[in-house]
Design a protein around this ligand. Structure first.
Ligand SMILES: NC(=O)c1ccc[n+]([C@@H]2O[C@H](COP(=O)([O-])OP(=O)(O)OC[C@H]3O[C@@H](n4cnc5c(N)ncnc54)[C@H](O)[C@@H]3O)[C@@H](O)[C@H]2O)c1
Ligand SMILES: [Zn+2]
Length: 356
């Protein structure tokens, strides 16, 4: 038997545990205790279902379990795929007491969660994230949704899960590039709210890349603790939760200008964090530490070549919306972030213009 760690996301009556450990899908954790009704629908995709569905199903024994398979990829994070899930729930006569289980990365979690939020005005939901990014970020906090052709995550809802079950063994099959992309969000937590964790990452990056189980478990646990704290303080992003978007204003612009999917989200955020640190004007030694850690994770420290006007348009700052004040998440030192609309406009122009 393997030990597991439990972190609670404190949200009053909507509180829930994040359970982290090895072998949790292989029978080391009784998921059925979180499935209150008689039936349960596991949403997964073409890649993850063949790897892990059989491992998960015996843990929900005693319930009427059906699986729903969706196509793999960000391109399928759409209203159409959500419709497919709703159609299957309806055709199987799923009741109000059904539980939707998301088995997969952030794409599966976001769509399945949104379907759970909408079906019969909201049914129970369990996250079983299988990418590092989903384990440290997207499965925690209750943001669910799908993309629209005009932009990412434009349609969605807040819908907290009942349980987040993280079996770190699932990372064994994750592609190297996806692992590195997930590490960008891990670095982000250190940079915005935990200087001690940042230093730990500096000392343990190679172990993480080598998929050392103890190192990965610690990084996932600390990331979830930090995200849980921020979410508990500000569930619907009225204020502090916005610091989780550190590096994301630049990162989203990179994703948009390159065409979504060219750079992975974590890769774009990695370069975006270095740019945001530069915009913050923190001491150069701290900027260098962030750049070095990003590089050590094998992630880009520079954005791709993008013209200044394209940067501005992608960040919603083109001439048409000049009055709109963009907010940035900046650092006052490594480990301390804040949001502001009062940033150094000249430095911003240098950062994006110099790369025209
Ligand atoms: N809801 C939130 O708060 C939040 C936060 C951050 C990101 N997101 C969303 O998350 C999505 C990105 O998530 P992602 O990075 O997990 O991408 P993803 O879900 O596309 O997964 C990446 C790839 O890895 C595959 N995969 C998943 N688990 C695997 C495993 N164990 N072994 C082998 N392959 C595996 C997937 O099928 C996919 O091909 C984006 O849509 C983003 O908008 C949401
Ligand atoms: Zn992100």
């Amino acid at each position: 038997m393997s030990a597991h760690e439990t972190i609670t996301v404190e949200l009053g009556e909507r509180s829930y545990p994040i359970v982290i450990g090895r072998g949790l899908l292989g029978g080391n954790f009784d998921i059925a205790q979180y499935v209150h009704g008689t039936d349960c629908h596991v949403v997964s995709n073409d890649t993850v279902a063949p790897l892990y569905l059989d491992r998960l199903l015996p843990n929900i024994a005693g319930r009427d379990v059906a699986s729903i398979n969706i196509a793999d990829g960000e391109a399928y994070k759409t209203v159409d795929t959500m419709q497919q899930i709703l159609d299957e729930l309806i055709s199987k006569s799923a009741g109000r007491d059904t539980t939707v289980v998301a088995l997969g990365g952030g794409v599966v979690g976001d769509i399945a969660g949104f379907a759970a939020a909408c079906y019969m005005r909201g049914v129970a939901f369990i996250q079983v994230p299988t990418t590092l990014l989903a384990q440290v970020d997207s499965s925690v906090g209750g943001k669910t949704g799908v993309n629209h052709e005009k932009g990412k995550n434009l349609i969605g809802a807040f819908h907290q899960p009942q349980l987040v079950l993280i079996d770190t063994d699932t990372l064994d099959t994750l592609h190297e590039r996806e692992l590195r992309a997930g590490l960008a969000e891990v670095i982000k937590y250190g940079a915005i709210c935990d200087p001690g964790f940042f230093a730990w990452l500096e000392n343990n990056m190679q172990a993480l890349l080598d998929r050392d189980p103890a190192a990965l478990a610690h990084a996932i646990q600390r990331s979830c603790e930090l995200k849980a704290e921020v979410v508990a303080e500000d569930e619907r992003e009225a204020g502090r939760r916005a610091i989780l978007n550190f590096g994301h204003t630049f990162g989203h612009a990179i994703e948009r200008c390159q065409g979504f999917g060219e750079w992975l989200h974590g890769e774009a955020v990695a370069a975006g964090m270095v740019m945001a640190a530069e915009l913050s004007g923190i001491v150069s030694a701290d900027i260098a530490r962030l750049r070095d850690l990003v590089a050590a994770a094998g992630l880009p420290v520079e954005p791709p070549p993008i013209a200044g006007d394209d940067w501005l348009a992608a960040m919603g700052m083109d001439k048409k919306v000049q009055q709109k004040k963009l907010r940035f998440v900046l650092l006052d030192s490594l480990g301390h972030a804040f949001t502001t609309a009062d940033y150094d406009r000249k430095k911003l122009n240098e950062l994006i213009g110099a790369r025209e």
